[in-house]
Design a protein around this ligand. Structure first.
Ligand SMILES: [Cu+2]
Length: 500
């Protein structure tokens, strides 16, 4: 740990173990206030504390959904403790974040924060964890790998013991401190720009019209952008967003690309359209220094969904920094109509600083060329599609996601948790018939796909790369669907119990 204690909980908040231990609970926590209302929770502190009175034991496989406090995940400070034996004593051992591996770690939180504690049984004996002077306790975990999650709001400032209430266990060593510091966590937000491309921001279908000349305006802009709360990165972008603008044309169109490199750029930039046929996909004609402009024109010969990206050496550096986007070349007559379309792209960042560090991140060239990513991102930042721009839809609607991978290196196993793709335009081909009934789609770097699905049921759906370790490094998005949730398609309890 190389930072002050104030930053400690932040590291823990990004604790990778949160997904493994309390995936369902953590996901629920992140839901918008509207979702909380649907769960009939009052908002605010009282509800969160009320939850502690009824802790929910979760099996270690995380399949059971915990009750969700009506607060924002944004504010949750998460700790994971595993019971064990150290030096002949019974102890709690920190898992993940700054407390990783520590015996009876001191848990640093701020006044007013929602604190979530995950307890994992590490050796099999009966245990729990109780916070002194707070109405907060876990349920008892019995058996190896049993786990429990509870949460409470740290309303009282000071140092309080946490301990195991099973007779004799506190005395045997199962005791630590939770330190509630006065005042809110320092707002680390900087002057960093919001570089997230809203996934709902894309032009509508073209449909029936004859081919024409379509002018595309791109500006390459280097700017300090928000990577995560209190964390920034100097992105290189098309039009200040990641991904760049969604370009939509039809087959037979003439695409006239005007690219301008902002005068305050440091680097030269360019653009390579995978939808184009010709030298460098246009990159050979668009290598421009700061302040320069170039124009390249190409025929959209083949329909499909294609990536475009900067192709200035080192190309991997330009791509990782955010220089990618999608161009849809519609087939004649367009794609089948759907109710909602979304635009999502995946990329990864290679920073000197480990994932979760606060401050301004630096690109690490050695990590880049050895493909050791620190961050995996949808639409440019951690939380882009969870905290700031979730996808919204209504039950009964058909949804289409144009999904591309900028990369530069990692293939995505794109999946929406809780849904099945009705149609997949595999590898972005719209000339081949779409696949039907698909769970997970492979999307290579520099590749894209189109997935369509009807949402039959309200609820929370989660966009992931099913290489789920990447979810620990920033990669997740929410599709929040308004509509009835308890129905024949899925409901809690046995068959035939609905409405009884
Ligand atoms: Cu570039």
């Amino acid at each position: 740990m190389n930072r002050g204690s104030r930053a400690g909980p932040d590291m823990v908040r990004r604790n990778p173990a949160r997904w493994l231990v309390a995936m369902a609970g953590a996901l629920m926590l992140a839901m918008a206030p509207a979702m909380a209302q649907e769960h009939n929770h009052a908002t605010g502190t009282a509800s969160s504390q009320a939850n502690t009175a009824q802790p929910v034991a979760t099996p270690a496989d995380g399949t059971s959904a915990a009750t969700a406090p009506a607060v924002s995940y944004h504010n949750a400070t998460i700790f994971t403790l595993k019971t064990g034996i150290a030096g002949g004593r019974m102890v709690y051992i920190g898992v993940g974040g700054d407390i990783d591996g520590q015996t009876n770690p001191t848990l640093m939180v701020h006044e007013g924060e929602l604190v979530q504690i995950n307890l994992i049984n590490g050796e099999g004996a009966e245990h729990d964890v109780v916070i002194d002077q707070y109405p907060a306790r876990s349920s008892i975990v019995v058996g190896v790998n049993a786990s429990s999650t509870f949460s409470f709001v740290a309303t009282k400032v000071g140092e309080f013991a946490y301990f195991c209430s099973i007779a004799g266990h506190r005395e045997a060593g199962m005791e630590g401190l939770i330190h509630v510091m006065p005042g809110p966590r320092e707002d680390m937000d900087t002057d960093a720009a919001d570089i997230v491309h809203d996934p709902a921001d894309l032009p509508g279908p073209i449909g029936q019209r004859p081919p024409q000349v379509v002018k595309v305006e791109l500006e390459t802009v280097e700017l300090k952008g928000r990577l995560d709360d209190g964390t920034s990165y100097v992105y290189w972008t098309f039009n200040k967003k990641v991904p760049g603008p969604f370009v939509r044309v039809r087959v037979g169109d003439t695409v006239e690309v005007h690219i301008r490199n902002a005068s305050d750029s440091v680097m030269p930039h360019s653009v390579d359209f995978h939808a184009a046929t010709g030298p460098g996909g246009g990159a050979d004609f668009t290598q421009i220094a700061p302040g320069e402009e170039a124009v390249v024109t190409f025929q959209a010969l083949k329909p499909g969904i294609y990536v475009y990206h900067c192709a200035t050496p080192s190309v991997a550096h330009h791509i990782t920094s955010g220089m990618y986007g999608l161009i849809l070349v519609e087939p004649e007559g367009g794609l089948p109509q759907v109710d909602r379309e979304f635009y999502v792209m995946q990329g990864e960042l290679y920073t000197v600083e480990p994932f979760g560090t606060q401050g301004e991140m630096e690109m690490d060239y050695d990590k880049l060329i050895s493909e050791k990513a620190e961050y995996f991102l949808f639409n440019g930042s951690v939380g882009a599609l969870t905290k700031s721009h979730p996808l919204y839809a209504t039950a009964g609607e058909t949804v289409r996601i144009f999904f591309g991978v900028g990369g530069p290196n990692y293939t995505s196993s794109f999946h929406v948790i809780g849904e099945i793709f009705d149609h997949v335009y595999s590898l972005g081909s719209v000339l081949s018939p779409p696949l039907a009934g698909v769970q997970t789609v492979t999307v290579p770097p520099g590749g894209a796909t189109i997935v369509d699905f009807k949402i039959d049921r309200g609820g929370h759906y989660v966009l992931v790369d099913h290489a789920l370790s990447r979810a620990e490094r920033g990669l997740a998005g929410y599709l929040i669907v308004d509509g009835p949730k308890d129905d024949e398609i899925m409901h809690s309890g046995p068959a035939g119990s609905l409405g009884k």
